[in-house]
Design a binder for this molecule. Structure first.
Ligand code: CDP
Ligand code: CDP
Length: 209
């Protein structure tokens, strides 16, 4: 069973993906980390984020071990990832990686922006997680504060709006809702309620198949 979860920044898709993976005993891949790791590799090598050849090389050389680097979670890396993720060569280079992961025996949970539309178009379950930008900014602001990364609420909201626009407007695999995805709006749902809503969708799909 492949569960594909997409949605904008801080919608709660990562938290949900981790919980579903634990519940069903499936491996989980946070695909945002792949784009963050490509961005970090470029920054470490002093290369321009728009250098498509260098970015493609970084994507091809990506190793699973590098996904544990704590710097990948930093606010600036989300922004940098959204720049490299618009490069078609980077997306193409990461596609096999993601599909191999999704092909694991028994299935997998993947979360990102294009899982249900491009990476796993045949996924058994597709969820699109969303929430109002202001609520997402509050969540991310709280999260950053908890990690000691100071940023004003207004700056975090502006980040989220800029990233939403870039992810939706790019030509290569833009963020959009797959035709057969179920949308869960978590604006007024805590993580537990979002999990219960998702479980109901997964169980309904399992009964049907
Ligand atoms: O956790 P958050 O939603 O803030 O970010 P993320 O999922 O780590 O993704 C960082 C950036 O990578 C996003 O803004 C997208 O531009 C890009 N991304 C993508 O293009 N496709 C994916 N499947 C996952 C992430
Ligand atoms: O992966 P994504 O960027 O979509 O969001 P996340 O990292 O899963 O969630 C961002 C923050 O919102 C985390 O601190 C979560 O605990 C919190 N949150 C959530 O995940 N789900 C809700 N329904 C409400 C809050």
């Amino acid at each position: 069973m492949v569960i594909a979860i997409d949605g904008p920044a801080a919608s709660g898709k990562g938290t949900l993906a981790r919980r579903l993976a634990l519940h069903y005993g499936l491996p989980h891949l946070d695909t945002g980390l792949l784009y963050r790791a490509v961005a970090l590799a470029l920054l470490d090598a002093d290369r321009d984020l728009a250098d498509e050849t260098a970015a493609e090389d970084a994507a091809r050389c990506l190793r699973a071990e590098s996904l544990g680097d704590l710097r990948l979670r930093e606010r600036a890396m989300g922004e940098a990832a959204s720049v490299v993720s618009a490069l078609p060569a980077v997306r193409a280079a990461l596609l096999d990686w993601q599909r191999r992961f999704a092909g694991a025996e028994g299935g997998a949970v993947l979360d990102g922006r294009d899982i249900g539309t491009v990476v796993c178009p045949d996924a058994a379950v597709k969820l699109f997680i969303t929430a109002a930008p202001e609520e997402r900014a509050h969540r991310r602001h709280r999260e950053l504060g908890g990690r000691g990364e100071a940023a004003s609420y207004e700056a975090v909201l502006a980040d989220i709006q800029r990233r939403d626009a870039r992810d939706k407007d790019r030509a290569a695999a833009p963020l959009r809702i797959a035709d057969d995805a179920v949308v869960i709006d978590t604006t007024d749902l805590d993580a537990e309620a979002a999990f219960r809503a998702a479980i109901a969708v997964v169980e309904a799909r399992r009964r049907r198949s």
